[in-house]
Write a protein that binds this ligand. Structure first.
Ligand code: WT7
Length: 640
């Protein structure tokens, strides 16, 4: 079966794009009519970017899990939804058909209901990449609970902050998670995160690793026991059912925390209707997915890429996908290629940092791997440099697979700028053209739109697409301030971009104090706060610098009151502090001890100068406005 909204030629793209801009309501009503609604919408769109207030498919009623599962059962019931590849390649592959997915999601929904979870309640999910994670996410969606998945690499402190912000009452976790040679003790981390927590009532624990855990009576319960009982409730004489909650198109579907330039991570809120339409639409069009093909997105469900292109987009499109528990370099650097070979993957979606890291192992890990099933390659998360693009094209795609460079953000819910595989032209290291419905503009520092091309400026979007964030949880003003106040009536992305004469966009990177380390977003302020928790640290300043594999590395300038033991020891302790406060992903790559920081007379740290030093530049620009210009020389002398 073809997808009626699949664009199949450059001409069709142009027509679709034009229609989406001239008549957005008509255009999206057409796309949305291909989904299952309990009740149609009264109006397609209302919006203003002032408050901001954005509503799509107003008064439409649906449940996203009926669209991701139930409506496929007749045709695809016995077809695999998820092919799960375990961490250890010798362990058993699990194939989850749509029928099985339906049953498991019904069971989870029932289990949650049995434990008092209601529509609108926040459920925090902290698990490794096992099918049960998908069941948990969809189980929440089925009863209308708002899930908030936290990546398994975040620390107890990070989880505690998120639990508090979301006022979560329930947690779904596992005893542990396998990642390469490591076992991550998830339940222990949750126990720490819950010290002092006042809102969480129940913790459901799935058994994956069989490492010892402590269970608190009355609070902690086993997934296996609960699911077994739920099974007896949802399955009667071989028929499985759990009526899905009827949701408004604008009811929140999930919260996902992401870093900004200031303070603590914010909870980006996405809603049911628009998010569903956008993730399915962009999945089918970007990758040119055809029924029966095998899609493999290497992201973790703890990030937006996993939400949109492992859970919701592919399943809404009735796709078959590979879900991978492990890491690309274990047992060796050929793991991705083994998986492509073993499961005959047709579409591979990964990150530039993974490509660069695997490139570093040379061509040996590719020997004897049959990659001929591949048809389309994708990248996401950060700008892809030409060298990595060419390697991907030559050695993985064998020069016959279109590469889609997909630009988007946690806040955008799905892909906004990309070429469509084999349909619109690719241009190495350019994300190229906007999706239908997306109107990018470049603005200068004064907020004036830059017309004409070539051009370079700050990337904004002029009008809402169906899966734009609706708010930041519990703090709408923060949402307005962060995304809608820099430029009047525009959504500001935080990225800089170039535009060429053909209207292609190239994303050049963040223009705010947000770092992109291995495709993971980290705020400099967050890392500084963590470093400052170390008892010997007086003050710190964190900037990014170009890193061969990670894209950006974290460079920390640290003032200590005194150094106990050696500098090396203090460095190690600071790294451990950051690991404990945020998680290992936020550990600085370099720590330079400095006597002072370059500050303006009003006390603001001049990061511009620190960035230049970290990049190894010697021209620091104007330093005369500094309180103490001498400190710059001193820092530059000590550069690592
Ligand atoms: C930031 C968003 C979107 C899912 C993964 C990251 C950067 C993302 C690209 C790309 C250049 C990219 C941007 C963006 N980014 N994709 N194809 N080319 N830059 O989501 O954690 O919300 O980060 O990632 O800087 O603002 P995120």
């Amino acid at each position: 079966m073809a997808y009626p909204y699949q664009i199949q030629s450059l001409e069709e793209y142009k027509t679709a794009y034009q229609k989406s801009v001239e008549d957005p309501e008509g255009f999206w009503a057409g796309v949305a009519s291909d989904f299952q609604w309990r009740k149609g919408w009264d109006k397609v769109l209302e919006w203003n970017f002032k408050e901001p207030k954005v509503e799509w498919f107003i008064n439409g009623k649906l449940n996203i899990t009926e669209n991701c599962i139930d409506r496929h059962l007749q045709e695809l019931g016995d077809k695999p939804a998820i092919i799960w590849e375990p961490n250890n390649p010798e362990d058993r592959v699990r194939v989850v058909t749509y029928n099985r997915l339906h049953k498991r999601v019904c069971q989870v929904a029932q289990m949650l209901r049995n434990n008092g979870v209601k529509k609108g309640d926040r459920v925090c999910i902290y698990m490794g990449m096992v099918p049960e994670l998908v069941y948990a996410v969809l189980g929440c969606a089925r009863i209308g609970a708002i899930h908030s998945v936290v990546f398994g690499g975040f620390s107890a402190q990070s989880i505690a902050d998120r639990l508090e912000d979301a006022k979560a009452e329930f947690i779904i976790t596992a005893d542990g998670a396998f990642r390469g040679e490591k076992v991550i003790p998830l339940k222990n981390v949750i126990d720490d995160a819950l010290i002092g927590n006042k809102t969480v009532k129940k913790v459901i624990v799935y058994t994956r690793t069989r490492i010892p855990v402590s269970m608190f009576k009355g609070r902690d319960i086993w997934w296996e026991d609960e699911m077994e009982y739920a099974e007896t409730q949802v399955e009667k004489e071989g028929v499985v059912s759990f009526p899905a909650e009827e949701m408004d198109a604008e009811d929140p579907l999930f919260i996902l925390y992401t870093s900004g330039s200031t303070g603590k991570p914010k909870g980006v809120v996405h809603t049911c209707g628009g998010y569903m339409v956008w993730t399915a639409y962009t999945f089918v069009n970007t990758f040119q997915y055809k029924r029966g093909e095998v899609f493999f997105c290497t992201a973790d469900i703890g990030w937006i890429t996993g939400h949109s292109y492992i859970v919701y987009g592919p399943l809404a499109a009735g796709a078959t996908e590979v879900m991978f528990e492990g890491i690309p370099t274990w047992p060796d650097a050929g793991r991705f290629w083994d998986i492509v070979d073993k499961h005959k993957v047709n579409i591979l979606y990964t990150a530039p940092t993974a490509i660069r890291s695997l490139m570093g192992f040379g061509l040996k890990p590719l020997e004897g791997k049959d990659l001929s099933s591949l048809k389309v390659l994708g990248t996401v998360g950060e700008p892809i440099n030409e060298e990595a693009w060419n390697w991907y094209d030559e050695h993985i795609g064998k020069k016959k697979c279109p590469i889609v460079d997909t630009w988007w953000q946690t806040e955008t819910g799905g892909i906004l700028i990309t070429n469509l595989a084999g349909v619109t032209p690719a241009k190495p290291s350019w994300a190229t053209l906007p999706m239908p419905g997306v109107q990018p503009v470049l603005v200068d520092e004064n907020g004036k739109e830059i017309e004409g091309s070539p051009a370079s400026g700050n990337l904004c979007i002029k009008a809402p697409w169906p899966s734009i964030l609706r708010t930041t949880y519990g703090d709408h003003e923060r949402c307005r301030q962060t995304y809608f106040s820099a430029y009047e009536n525009l959504y500001f992305t935080g990225d800089g971009a170039l535009r060429d004469e053909e209207g292609n966009y190239r994303i050049t990177g963040r223009v705010d104090d947000v770092l992109n380390v291995s495709g993971h977003r980290i705020g400099t302020a967050e890392v500084e706060n963590a470093i400052n928790m170390h008892s010997d640290v007086v003050e710190s300043a964190v900037v990014g610098y170009p890193h061969d594999i990670k894209g950006q590395g974290i460079y920390a300038y640290v003032i200590c009151s005194h150094i106990r033991g050696s500098e090396e020891e203090t460095r190690k302790n600071i790294l451990q502090t950051v690991s404990r406060i945020i998680g290992p992903i936020a550990k600085p790559d370099k720590i330079q001890f400095v006597p002072g920081l370059p500050k303006t007379r009003s006390g603001k740290i001049m990061r511009r100068i620190l960035r230049k030093i970290a990049e190894g530049e010697s021209n620091f620009g104007d330093t005369t406005t500094l309180l103490d210009p001498g400190v710059v020389e001193e820092i530059a002398k000590g550069k690592l």
